[in-house]
Design a protein around this ligand. Structure first.
Ligand code: DSN
Length: 474
């Protein structure tokens, strides 16, 4: 019988010899898709064309670098491994362990955090994990009212956050800013276990330090949800809550250019005790995500997060983030000059909220008329809104993708003018139906295509890991 030899351990140079296998897999996969499933392939191609030729002003969206998209489709997706690096419940997770450690270290480095959990499938999952770790059913939660720009998971009755907990909501003052006097009064009256600072539709800087002072005054934990502004926080263009709040959550796709997913961070307070007075927050969070609220993590998404965090650490990301804010301010200014009422009178971040009831429209009709012309912006309830959530009186605009395309404040005049042409040419037939001249639609659609063709979506094939992150987590 031939003598069996043990496989020789590869040197690192030999390891390099096998790089390219993942790329080959993706190439074969793409070729097979085209050949074997042309119907699905055509839909995906149409999506790329649509993204290339529309002005996407969805405030909760950004464009992922193609390398992030490629990583999201990696063979790592075939790995099933519950648990955390070094403590999995399945074998075969060597690469996944290294990838998850890399993602964690890059997240900590990018946000200056002491603790990161990269497993949440979304920020909603992250928020619910945090709340379930810090509160018992029936405990009190204080968050921004959904109608004032809050998020479903901040205590809305439509979500378990408003059903399992005694959710109390704060709102905005008469200028549209967070009403801190009300936050403080409600905190003192209801003594919440958790206060949430963060929003889905709020165009101004969030004063996390003020929230923390209120939380400390009543013995509450402060959770900062930075989903919408995570890119600005990472770039240092919005005050970071990481060392201010007890815990910070974010989605990874809204402004970070990452995959669909969520992230939990903690800074200075990562070792602060949880509600039992003993277990530190970072340990509570590990358990809160797995096994308490999620099973198997999504390995390829975690790898794509690692890639996105590296892209977000590059100087080019900060430059884009600066442009995002300048574009939003220019867009607000142009729309205001055209007669639109801008909520709070302007913006500090990427978001512009306008009241379309003043021009005789509802949010949904404005959204649909704009979409027909190749401009994407979504309906949004505004303070004091008399229209239901599927109708609304407001429109929420965001400049993340416009800036990623390299559009500058000069182009915001064009964008505002195109929007105005559509909105001024739209007449309300009912709350949800509208009339618009098809010739106007065709003209604006063509101008939108032309503007987009001059500012193609970025395909950055030269992006590399910045020196500051090489070796981090390895
Ligand atoms: N939270 C939703 C939004 O702000 O549009 C989507 O993630």
């Amino acid at each position: 019988m031939a003598r069996q030899t043990l496989p020789v351990r590869r040197t690192s140079a030999q390891h390099h010899a096998v790089t390219g296998e993942q790329a080959e897999l993706l190439r074969v996969g793409t070729d097979t898709l085209q050949r074997a499933d042309p119907e699905l392939a055509a839909l995906l191609d149409a999506e790329v064309s649509q993204q290339n030729s529309t002005l996407a002003m969805i405030a909760s969206a950004s464009v992922a670098d193609p390398s992030v998209l490629a990583v999201g489709g990696a063979a790592l997706s075939n790995v099933t491994a519950e648990g955390y690096p070094g403590a999995r419940y399945h074998p075969g997770a060597q690469q996944f362990d290294a990838v998850e450690n890399l993602a964690v270290e890059r997240a900590k480095s990018l946000f200056g955090a002491r603790y990161a959990n990269v497993q949440p499938h979304s920020c909603s999952s992250a928020n619910l994990a945090v709340l379930s770790a810090l509160m018992r059913p029936g405990d009190t939660l204080l968050g921004l009212d959904l109608d004032a720009g809050g998020h479903l998971t901040h205590g809305s009755r439509a979500s378990v956050s408003g059903r399992h907990y005694n959710a109390v909501a704060y709102g905005l003052d008469e200028h549209g800013y967070i009403d801190f006097a009300q936050v403080e009064a409600l905190a003192e009256e209801h003594r919440p276990q958790v206060i949430i600072a963060g929003a889905s539709a709020y165009p101004r800087t969030v004063d996390f330090a003020r929230f923390r002072a209120i939380a400390d005054g009543v013995g509450a934990y402060l959770l900062a949800d930075i989903s919408h502004i995570a890119g600005l926080v990472a770039a240092g263009l919005h005050p970071s809550p990481v060392d201010v709040a007890h815990l910070t959550t974010t989605s990874t796709y809204k402004q970070l250019g990452g995959p669909r997913g969520g992230l939990i961070l903690s800074g200075r307070d990562f070792e602060a005790p949880g509600p039992n007075g003993r277990t530190p927050l970072h340990k509570l969070m590990q358990r809160a995500v797995f096994p308490q609220s999620q099973g198997t993590p999504s390995p390829a998404s975690i790898a794509a997060k690692a890639r996105a965090f590296a892209v977000a650490a590059r100087p080019a990301f900060r430059e884009t983030a600066e442009l995002i804010v300048r574009d939003a301010q220019a867009l607000a200014h142009e729309l205001s000059s055209l007669g639109y009422r801008i909520l709070t009178g302007g913006t500090d971040n990427h978001m512009v909220l306008i009241d379309v009831s003043d021009v005789g429209l509802t949010g949904v009709t404005a959204e649909r008329a704009l979409e027909r012309c190749g401009i994407l912006a979504n309906r949004n309830r505004i303070p004091g809104d008399t229209k239901p959530p599927l109708v609304t009186s407001g429109l929420r605009l965001g400049t993340n993708i416009l800036a990623q395309r390299g559009m500058r404040p000069e182009q915001m005049r064009e964008c505002a003018q195109l929007m105005h042409t559509v909105l001024a040419g739209t007449r309300l037939d009912s709350d949800t139906e509208y009339l618009i001249d098809p010739a106007l639609v065709a003209t604006v659609r063509e101008e939108v295509r032309w503007l987009c063709s001059r500012h193609p979506l970025p395909i950055d094939t030269t992006a590399s890991v910045p020196v500051s992150l090489i070796g981090v987590g390895s």
